[in-house]
Design a protein around this ligand. Structure first.
Ligand code: G3H
Length: 531
């Protein structure tokens, strides 16, 4: 196999992965059909020329494999009587623990692939892996808690009730490229532990990093519980949705994809949605804000991972009295960021994994300039083979595309406001409602603002940038930004439904309940619990 050579430190070199298997019904099937090459936007020297680095290839699966995968998940669920949905909580947890142990063995390779495939810097790639492992362990603990709390009977109005959360069925799980491991597993893991079965297709960028885990999935879970496909989203997800066998669409991505996929389901009320979608989180900087703090938080908020986060700050509203100072400090701080390859020390900006992204960002800049904005940082808009330096655009108006679109990349629109109603009106009109960052100190101004903002978005970050974590906190949004709530605990709820056994309180029924408990023949009717 050809090795990636060039000027890469040995520690970070990877050997191309030619993935030829996919997982359906507990078997790793061999693929001899068409394949798609996977490239990194990081250029290396090949035959004397600098070109995008080829990282390997994946099977281009189509309709018949997609149908086979959803059929396998459907069979494993077996209308709720499959081995997995009826399994004892302790046994499902054992499977998950086996998986996480095997997953940890692949850390080094997965972290390297995160750097190559999506160009995430080394510390953040390590963090993505470790945070995911922690998420799985926290999910197991939370599930045990939930189980402990369910190990009892209620009696109300002469009726005994034994209430638990039960699975929903087959989950189609589609994750994003910016957190191809973490965000995807934050859907898949809670879905599985609650007793659902799943079909999972990795994102287009960040796909090879899933391949080291195929065997771990195969060896840890019963056949058909996890089915993993490769290929184009449309080719694979469309036929799956059309079967009507999907009970939950779990997707982190764009609302337009979520809308078209759910529309394909023949029985839409049977489909539950767990969606993390786009956002346009604003920063609002009040006249009394600590500007150095605001600049530091806005740098992290707008440009961590080049702005490719759904939680990124995507528009800055600064009060007109402080705009000049804020703009100068912020523009200088943007230009002081270090750009480089993901494994270089202190690198904050890295190549953009989507080859078309620099052109798209350029279009947003050109459109804004045509409509009267200026780039206020010296390096803004400088191009290289796979990058465009973050341009800070000022003054931005509502007619500009950069104001309307979720840019998901390195360009920062800045607007001024005179009265606080201006950003509030914009937020109310916006299609999005995930989070906001509010910078200021005077509680007389902050208090009424907080009370309004919490009703426009789902997290108000006070003098702090927007972010998803810590993962125990609710992660959700209003309008086109999300459906359902994800946190360690909320995700378990999102992928399950309350279901219970009820019986009138009389000697006949009570004797049966006692026998059910004593014989331990039911996994549902049980007051045993795990410590
Ligand atoms: O892309 C959206 C992610 O959920 C953001 O997570 O705030 O931890 O970067 P983060």
């Amino acid at each position: 196999m050809k090795k990636i050579t060039a000027e890469i430190p040995d520690q970070f070199k990877v050997t191309p992965i030619e993935q030829r298997t996919y997982l359906i019904d507990g078997k790793l099937h061999n693929w001899n059909g068409e394949t798609s090459d996977v490239f990194s936007s990081i250029h290396t020297e090949n035959d004397g020329e600098r070109t995008p680095t080829r990282l390997g290839s994946i099977p281009t699966l189509g309709e018949s494999e997609a149908i086979a995968a959803v059929d396998a998940a459907h069979k494993a669920y077996d209308r709720g009587q499959g081995l997995w949905p009826t399994m004892k909580v302790a046994d499902r947890i054992k499977c998950m623990e086996t998986f996480v142990t095997k997953m940890k063995e692949k850390r080094e390779l997965i972290v390297k692939l995160l750097m190559w495939e999506i160009c995430k810097n080394y510390p953040d790639s390590q963090k993505e892996f470790d945070r995911t492992v922690e998420y799985i362990l926290d999910t197991i603990e939370d599930y045990k808690n939930m189980d402990r709390e369910s190990a009892k009977f209620y009696k109300e109005g002469g009726i005994h009730a034994h209430i638990r959360r039960g699975p929903l069925g087959v989950v189609l799980c589609l994750g994003p490229y910016n957190y191809p491991l973490n965000e995807t597993f934050c859907l898949l893991i809670p879905a599985l532990i609650m007793g659902n079965t799943a079909v999972f297709k990795p994102a287009k960028h960040g796909v090879l990093l899933i391949t080291p885990l195929l065997e771990a999935f195969q060896e840890s879970f019963p056949a058909g519980v996890v089915n993993i496909l490769f290929g184009r989203g449309r080719a694979v997800a469309t036929p799956i949705m059309k079967t009507g066998k999907v009970d939950v669409l779990a997707l982190i991505g764009h609302s337009s994809s979520a809308n078209s996929l759910q529309a394909l389901h023949p029985k839409q009320n049977r489909l539950r949605l767990v969606l993390g979608l786009e956002a346009k989180n604003p920063a609002i900087i009040l006249p009394d804000a600590d500007l150095d703090l605001a600049v530091a938080e806005c740098i992290a908020g707008t440009l961590s991972f080049n702005g490719q986060r759904c939680t990124a700050l995507k528009v800055i509203y600064v009060h007109e009295n402080i705009a000049e100072t804020f703009n100068r400090k912020y523009a200088e701080a943007v230009d002081a960021l270090k750009f480089g390859l993901p494994w270089e020390d202190d690198v904050k900006l890295t190549p953009l994994p989507e080859p078309s992204k620099p052109d798209y960002i350029q279009q947003l800049i050109d459109d804004a300039k045509e409509k009267g904005a200026k780039i206020i940082n010296a390096k803004g808009g400088e191009r290289s083979e796979n990058f465009i330096w973050p341009a800070v655009l000022f003054p931005v108006t509502k007619e500009m595309e950069v104001y309307k679109e979720e840019q998901f990349g390195p360009v920062v629109p800045v607007l001024t406001f005179k009265h606080i109603d201006e950003p509030l009106d914009d937020m109310a009109e916006s299609n999005y409602g995930q989070q906001v960052s509010l910078f200021g100190k005077d509680v007389k101004a902050l208090a009424p603002l907080i009370d309004t903002l919490v009703n426009l978005v789902c997290r108000v970050n006070l003098n702090s940038s927007c972010q998803r974590g810590p993962d125990v906190y609710p992660f959700t949004g209003r309008k086109d930004s999300a459906v359902s709530t994800l946190s360690v605990h909320d995700a378990l709820r999102s992928f399950s439904i309350r279901t219970f056994v009820a019986s009138k309180d009389n000697a006949y029924n009570n004797a049966i309940l006692n026998e059910l408990l004593d014989t331990k023949k039911s996994n549902f009717v049980s007051t045993d619990y795990l410590l």
